[in-house]
Design a protein around this ligand. Structure first.
Ligand code: ADP
Length: 393
């Protein structure tokens, strides 16, 4: 039972609230990534679970035991940090077994544990090597093996791959997933890299300003973000946001509107709302068949094109007075669209675009809370009514 529970955990440093009334339950055997921008409280949360930092308020439970006042060594956790601190004058075997020697395990037990850990992280045959004879990835595996030999109930990893080059990071991601499968223990993993979080986690905990915003499987965070923060943070490039209002006829903004009946969706006309649409859900109108039931056509002019190889990002300007360049990043006059790499699209071209209605998100602009994910299309709704009417005949 290696589950971890945080109950109303707060950490204050003078006037900074690093973690703010955090409630979180990481289940036994789960791989949970804590993600969020720099300074949002990820490391502080982790340090409190590890016992390196005391919460100002609240309680922490590991495997059902209240560990809030227990020292790190009595919590059944092992940590792996970003900065790999190996003893340079000790070989791999001695580095991995160091903690066990301090705890007076006998030689046979130490041998057994080191060999198993070395096998798991695939360092067999390297036990005699010195740290300066190893690559960054191998050294990080030594650090992980050192955590494994302690048989922790919970692994705490704080940006363990941050110092590795991009290719090695991708490789180590798969290794960590394999490790998690093999060890079947709980892993809490801090990263600011959402690709890492998306690919490795069972669930992602998105944190902003010390507060938990959403904890859900990666695709739920992507497809059904709980609020504007999660919607903007998960996904690269980020979701497009367009500020507008709900009217009796649907969504209205400066440059375009989307027709639907708010009452059908349980929404109130008059509310200030922000429409969210991901770049891959914006289409050229002449490809609209692929969308199923698109929104009405939006006039746009293509601005900058960014060919990525597998897709092209197209910056669209929605009005003649649209700001361009850096200023346009936050402008509601701009939409980012992703198109196929073989598209003949060019810069400064007039185009008609549509949004995939089933992928439109609406958020309450003032609270940021999600109101709905995916619009029910009026055409489809009418279709259903007609069919029902016919069958009644
Ligand atoms: P993250 O890991 O998400 O980058 P941290 O948990 O390190 O964020 O920090 C959260 C906030 O708490 C930041 O504003 C940081 O400056 C502050 N903080 C962290 N540790 C301390 C400390 N020891 N003393 C004062 N402020 C701190």
């Amino acid at each position: 039972m290696g589950d971890v529970k945080l109950e109303h955990v707060t950490k204050r440093y003078d006037d900074v609230t690093a973690v703010d009334d955090m409630n979180m339950h990481v289940r036994d055997g789960e791989f949970v990534c804590l993600v969020g921008p720099s300074g949002c409280g990820k490391s502080t949360t982790m340090e409190m679970v590890a016992g390196l930092t005391m919460p100002t308020e609240g309680d922490i439970y590991i495997s059902g035991t209240n560990v809030t006042n227990l020292p790190p060594k009595d919590r059944g956790v092992a940590m792996v940090f970003q900065n790999i601190a190996l003893f340079p004058h000790m070989n791999v075997y001695k580095n991995i077994s160091f903690g066990l020697r301090l705890r007076d395990y006998d030689d046979e037990e130490i041998d057994r544990r080191v060999e198993r850990a070395a096998e798991i992280v695939q360092l067999e045959g390297m036990l005699e090597r010195m740290p300066d004879e190893m690559s960054g990835g191998q050294r990080q595996r030594v650090a992980i093996a050192r955590a494994i030999v302690r048989n922790p109930e919970v692994f705490l990893m704080d940006e363990p791959l941050a110092n590795l080059d991009a290719k090695l990071r991708v490789h180590m991601r798969t290794e960590l997933q394999r490790l998690h499968k093999e060890l079947d223990t709980t892993i809490i993993y801090v990263t600011h890299d959402q690709a890492e979080a998306m690919t490795m986690s069972d669930r992602i905990a998105v944190i902003d300003s010390g507060q938990l915003q959403q904890i859900d499987p990666p695709l739920t965070c992507y497809n059904e973000p709980a609020n504007l923060f999660v919607a903007g943070f998960i996904g690269s490039p980020a979701m497009n946001f367009v500020d507008g209002r709900l009217t009796d006829a649907g969504f209205e903004s400066k440059n375009f509107s989307v027709e639907f009946d708010p009452a059908d969706l349980g929404l109130d006309a008059g509310t200030d709302v922000t429409l969210g649409i991901r770049p891959e859900d914006v289409y050229l109108a002449d490809e609209r068949e692929s969308v199923g039931d698109p929104t009405m056509v939006i006039d746009a002019v293509t601005d900058v094109l960014e060919p990525m190889g597998d897709e092209i990002f197209v910056y669209l300007l929605l009005s003649e007075d649209a700001e361009t360049g850096m200023d346009a990043q936050d402008s509601p006059d701009q939409l980012l669209m992703s198109v196929d790499p073989d598209s003949a699209i060019e810069e400064d071209e007039n185009v008609d675009v549509v949004l995939d209605r089933s992928r439109v998100h609406l958020f309450d602009t003032s609270s940021g809370e999600a109101l709905l994910h995916g619009l029910v299309a009026p055409a489809q709704a009418e279709g259903v009514t007609e069919t029902e009417a016919e069958s009644d005949d």
